[in-house]
Design a protein around this ligand. Structure first.
Ligand code: NDP
Ligand code: 2IT
Length: 449
């Protein structure tokens, strides 16, 4: 731990002893607190009002049993969660993750990151996250529906359009959001914007499906522009092949990049001709199959078991879009040795602290996730606005708003980095800019004891 400010150090050490088993959560907190060091002296009111002690403690954590019946008639039980982390600037907002690796630490790290990400979007959204250790992989539609219905039967009493608005994340896409929304509507007897990522035509916003991936590329484009370059002619690696990766691949290609590799949790494909995205969409979105099938009708492409090998492919730009801690120090060093110029995080916290340090020490362009992938939740915010107004915006309108939001996020990170005395450090910029608005709102609202 490298914190030097006495107040931040004391709060972190106390948290470390109380949350010793929550390593992902501690990792996310430590990164934010390190970034705040340069600004703490200017803000004695934060210590006076115990802002740091309060901001690292979720306002509420809900854990619940989710029983459901599988296709063999057997009763299954999963664990459900909702972490309502911070509502200083708006209703709790953040996705639901269904993956066997989900636990309290993972959801607290995601909920904590979401506070600052949502603040950066400039929209009025607090931070939250939820999910379950349920694995949708290999389950029938009926089993997924049974699980989602049971999950919402408990969750519905804790959420609401002005209270807490979930959305998708890993393992939760349009299908799951539909089942969850249907059960909420039945139990609450109201059709409101209580969850985002809804189907277009049934309360959803155009561009929400594409928003996270598109937003990552709009943000990356700003980073590249500020450094006198662009996507044009660049070789790009994108990990994952889910919602975020697919639309990042589409936009990176539209902006002139050549995406040569993608992966799933089993392994990666390398196609030196450039990824055929229609084939990926067919495999992953339509057939829910494994990415290795890609090589069956792409003779120049190769498939390799294991995901981390993707970072050994030579590239100019790397966009990790799968999961947390997928680029460690060793992978970072291989990327650097192969001449990577720019790493922008599409997934939440995909680079370990050691990997980030390696990129920063090498002086390459680095964009942190809470800024770069904020386009997804920002467009969720736009979906909430459309639901409240009971209107729909066109594809062009939503895309234009998303682009402006991503440009503004880049600018506010760059400005905050400069003001904190760390010009060009978008990690510090994102953390400081995201934090200040929330911290000031917390001071303004008092302790409420
Ligand atoms: P999806 O479930 O659609 O896709 C996830 C992809 O990552 C799949 O290809 C999956 O492989 C792979 N993956 C998941 N877990 C692992 C793992 N442990 N090891 C290796 N590969 C893995 O999720 P999303 O695309 O929505 O999310 C990807 C990332 O982006 C996450 O970090 C999420 O938090 C973040 N994010 C998502 C947003 C959204 O709007 N959806 C918004 C902002 C951030 P497989 O198919 O084999 O499971
Ligand atoms: O990590 C994220 O920002 C998301 N999964 C999207 C959350 C949302 O509410 O749209």
């Amino acid at each position: 731990m490298s914190l030097t400010n006495a107040y931040l150090k004391r709060v972190y050490e106390d948290l470390e002893s109380r949350c010793a088993n929550e390593k992902e959560f501690l990792q996310a907190v430590e990164e934010v607190l390190e970034s705040l060091e340069p600004i703490m002296d200017k803000h004695p009111e934060y210590e006076e009002n115990a802002v740091i002690e309060r901001i690292v403690e979720p306002e509420r954590v809900i854990m619940f049993r989710v029983p459901w019946i599988d296709d063999n008639g057997k009763v299954q039980v999963n664990r459900g969660f909702r972490v309502q982390f911070n509502s200083a600037i708006g209703p709790y907002k953040g996705g639901l993750r269904f993956h066997p690796s989900v636990n309290l630490s993972v959801l607290k790290f995601l909920g904590f990151e979401q506070i600052f990400k949502n603040s950066l979007t400039t929209l009025p959204m607090g931070g939250g996250k939820g999910g379950s250790d349920f694995d949708p992989k290999g389950k029938s539609d009926r089993e997924v529906m049974a699980f989602c219905t049971s999950f919402m039967t408990e969750l519905y009493r804790h959420i609401g359009a002005d209270t807490d608005v979930p959305a998708g994340d890993i393992g939760v896409g349009g299908r799951e959001v539909g089942y969850l929304f249907g059960q909420y509507k039945r139990l609450a007897n109201e059709f409101t914007g209580v969850i985002t990522g809804k189907k277009v035509g049934a309360g959803g916003s155009l561009i929400r499906t594409e928003a996270t991936g598109f937003g990552i590329c709009y943000f990356t484009d700003e980073v590249l522009k500020a450094n006198g370059t662009s996507f044009e002619g660049k070789t790009v690696l994108i990990s994952g092949s889910g919602n975020v990766a697919i639309y990042a691949c589409q936009k990176a290609t539209e902006l002139g990049g050549k995406v040569v590799a993608m992966c799933d949790s089993s392994g990666y494909i390398h196609d030196p001709d450039g990824i055929d995205l229609d084939a990926i969409k067919d495999i992953k979105e339509v057939r829910r199959a494994r990415i290795k099938e890609y090589v069956e009708d792409h003779p120049n492409a190769t498939y390799t078991e294991g995901c981390s090998g993707i970072w050994t492919i030579k590239c100019d730009i790397a966009l990790p879009c799968a999961t947390q801690n997928e680029i460690n120090e060793e992978s970072a060093k291989v990327l650097l040795a192969n001449g990577v110029q720019c790493v922008v995080e599409g997934a939440n916290m995909p680079c370990t602290p050691e990997a980030i340090t390696a990129f920063q020490e090498a002086g390459i362009m680095y964009g942190p996730s809470k800024a770069a992938n904020a386009g997804g939740v920002a467009t969720s915010g736009l979906e909430m606005t459309q639901n409240s107004e009971r209107i729909y915006w066109s594809r062009e309108e939503v895309d234009a708003k998303l682009k402006v939001i991503m440009q503004n996020i880049y600018q506010s990170c760059a400005d905050a980095a400069e003001e904190a005395g760390k010009p060009g450090n978008l990690q510090v910029g994102a953390n400081v800019a995201g934090f200040l608005k929330v911290a000031d709102a917390m001071v303004w609202q008092g302790i409420n004891y």
